[in-house]
Design a protein around this ligand. Structure first.
Ligand SMILES: Cc1ncc(C[n+]2csc(CCOP(=O)(O)OP(=O)(O)O)c2C)c(N)n1
Ligand SMILES: [Mg+2]
Length: 403
């Protein structure tokens, strides 16, 4: 059967009238699908009737904190890259270029919200108050995790693309159920939401589709935060999708917003809006943060093999730090002393993580047996006994050789 003979879809508009739930929510594309921007690449403020009010309450101290965190995490990123080059880390995943997307969204979160990151969310980690040296443990190869997610509500990094998006929706549905049962007992509960971070490449994974179907069906309090940094290693984002990624949300029946991911004010506003909706029980939102990975995919990658330096230059001109610095200086909100102080703070963090990394010892082999099951398991115990005997055999052999 040729394409022309395929059966056509059988419903018409009148039938749709009987099913109001099938009508697209007019709010599904706030601002009519245009990219939201509140601070342009030259550092000029733009107005936006829906999202502008979310940043109006930000005082100068909050704006300076945004800049400080972006600059400090960029300095951290440079130090981690250097540590990898010097053989202290096995691998590093640079975030440079994506600071506004991460710090802007991270600062929109409340303590009780929960984050499921991918593997490049160092800026979000900083905004959650994570000890930044802990972030380096997995990249030194001394652990599979590195921190207790419950301490900062920031899950461990997930390297299996998109797996964490399903975990995030499951967690959000758990929050819904915990809240329902607490309310049934007459207890008051904090409204909380979940954010799932993933990339343009990961957006092609089936896990994202399944997660969005569940989130929509159950109105789960989750924000899908897709950092479209234009590349999935060497594959450009135009191969992953033929429409703006934010438009995909329509197909699931919840709002999708494309935001300038290099504009920290816009990212902060849009994320606050999405989290507010989620916390109020209005369901999920997809945010596509339109940004760019200025560095390599990882320290094992060479971007000169697949992209031009002129493309990189075009995006360097949209640097998220430069535009906020221009704005702060133009408004008289920060001076040279402030920027010098930020530089010093970045250096202090770089020095402290370097010291911490060099002191990180590898785990003992026996620890591997401790993490297979949450409780003792006879088969693992048996294997551990065998392993100990095996190791002891080497000690005896050494002793025999020496004697
Ligand atoms: C399920 C799965 N498939 C493939 C990979 C290999 N891989 C690691 S990162 C990556 C590209 C991901 O690109 P994107 O989602 O855009 O995130 P970015 O690295 O740009 O932040 C690929 C294909 C993986 N880690 N997991
Ligand atoms: Mg990408």
């Amino acid at each position: 059967m040729g394409v022309g003979q395929l059966p056509t879809t059988e419903f018409n508009d009148e039938e749709l009238d009987d099913h109001p739930e099938t009508r697209l929510d007019p709010a599904s594309q706030p601002a009519g699908g245009a990219m939201i921007q509140l601070l342009d690449a030259q550092g000029n403020r733009r107005e936006d009737p829906v999202f502008g009010p979310y940043v109006e309450s930000l005082d100068p101290e909050a704006l300076r904190a945004f800049y400080r965190d972006m600059a400090v995490v960029r300095r951290f990123d440079q130090e981690a890259t250097a540590l990898q080059r010097q053989g202290q880390l096995a691998l590093w995943v640079p975030l440079t270029g994506q600071e506004a997307a991460q710090i802007g969204s991270g600062h929109a979160l409340r303590t009780e919200d929960f984050v499921f990151p991918s593997y490049r969310e160092h800026g979000v980690a900083l905004s959650r108050g994570l000890d930044m040296s802990d972030l380096l443990r997995i990249f030194r190869g001394v652990t599979h995790g590195g921190w207790d997610p419950r301490e900062t509500n920031f899950n461990i990094y997930t390297l299996v693309l998109a797996a964490q998006v399903l975990h995030a929706v499951g967690y959000a549905m758990g929050i819904q159920r915990d809240q329902a049962s607490a309310r049934a007992k007459g207890q008051t509960v904090e409204d909380a939401a979940v954010v799932a971070y993933y990339g343009d490449g990961a957006s092609s994974e089936g896990d994202v589709h399944e997660a969005m179907v569940f989130a929509s069906s159950y109105k789960a309090p989750v924000v899908f935060f897709c950092q479209n940094n234009h590349w999935a290693i060497s594959v450009p984002s135009k191969v992953q999708t033929k429409v703006p990624l934010a438009h995909r949300a329509q197909g699931y029946g919840f709002p999708g917003v494309r935001v300038d991911g290099n504009d920290i004010l816009a990212v902060h506003a849009v994320t606050q809006w999405a989290l507010d909706r989620a916390r109020k029980g209005e369901g999920p939102v997809l945010i596509e943060a339109f940004t760019y990975r200025l560095g390599a995919h990882t320290t094992a990658d060479d971007p000169t093999k697949y992209r031009t330096s002129s493309e990189e230059d075009q995006w360097r001109a949209k640097d998220p730090l430069t535009r906020l610095e221009t704005y702060l200086r133009a408004e008289g909100l920060a001076d040279d002393d402030f920027f010098e102080d930020v530089r010093r703070q970045g250096q202090e963090l770089a020095d402290s993580v370097r010291e911490a990394v060099q002191a990180m010892e590898g785990p003992s082999m026996e620890e591997a047996f401790a993490h297979v099951y949450s409780q003792a398991h006879p088969l693992v115990q048996e294997e551990l006994r065998w392993y100990r005997e095996y190791e002891a055999g080497f000690e005896n052999a050494e002793g025999a050789g020496e004697g």
